[in-house]
Design a protein around this ligand. Structure first.
Ligand SMILES: [Zn+2]
Length: 236
């Protein structure tokens, strides 16, 4: 692939495999662990980013090890990442829930987003409330507009990339939430919920390397579209 693809401004991307080690994340009805799916997906995404965009990629973890949430963005800040992509699988007490959604950090008045954030944060809803106060400070440094745009491109690309290959790909859209794992990041950052591991059909997809590759390639496409749109805005 040519290097001149609109991604000149993006040199280093940190890819974060959600959960790990003693934290399995969500567990599917057939015992697929979120932490294993996110790691496999992170490795596919790193490979695809290097091949298609020619960028440098670092993983927050490349083995099944535990990492505190704040260590993940701290790492991205420390290495000077231009983007931070956190990978997850969704879960719902309603086994039938399914679909793809992408989040960026923002104050959330949306109860459902707060619930997803509470689960991913390993906290309860009260703490999500407390978090909002802290967020006001951190928001000043967060790249909210860029993150929102990146989330939109990534979400759109995943849905478009999966629909030709799978039935029932539901676009749950871009949402905002108080995610610990995105807190403190000083670069555009998004959290992708690649499917519902609590849904047996999507659990099966999540553990297949074909689905992982398709999601990874679609995220790359979304990032390239984002890079192009940012460059175009900058040139005006
Ligand atoms: Zn998760």
């Amino acid at each position: 692939m040519p290097q001149n693809n609109g991604s000149e401004g993006i040199r280093l991307i940190v890819v974060d495999a959600g959960h790990g080690g003693k934290d399995p994340g969500a567990v599917g009805p057939n015992r697929v662990y979120e932490k294993n799916v996110t790691l496999a997906l992170a490795k596919e995404l790193a490979k695809a980013l290097r091949e298609k965009m020619g960028v440098k990629v670092l993983l927050t973890r490349s083995t099944d090890r535990f990492l505190e949430l704040r260590e993940r963005t701290n790492y991205a800040n420390r290495v000077g990442a231009d983007l931070f992509i956190s990978l997850h699988a969704n879960a719902s007490p309603r086994g039938k829930a399914y679909g793809v959604e992408t989040y960026f950090l923002n104050l959330s008045k949306n109860n459902q987003a707060a619930q997803v954030a509470a689960r991913e944060n390993g906290t309860d809803l009260k703490e999500v409330g407390n978090l909002e106060a802290i967020l006001f400070d951190l928001m000043a440094n967060a790249k909210i507009n860029e993150s929102s745009r990146l989330a939109a491109e990534v979400q759109q690309s995943i849905v478009a990339g999966l629909r030709p290959h799978y039935s029932k790909i539901k676009d749950l859209g871009v949402k905002q939430g108080p995610f610990h794992v995105l807190l403190g990041a000083t670069m555009p950052s998004v959290l992708v919920e690649a499917a519902f591991i609590s849904n047996a059909r999507e659990e099966k997809r999540l553990k297949s390397s074909a689905y992982q590759k398709r999601v990874a390639n679609a995220i790359v496409k979304g990032i390239m579209n984002y890079a192009e749109s940012v460059n175009q805005v900058a040139r005006r």
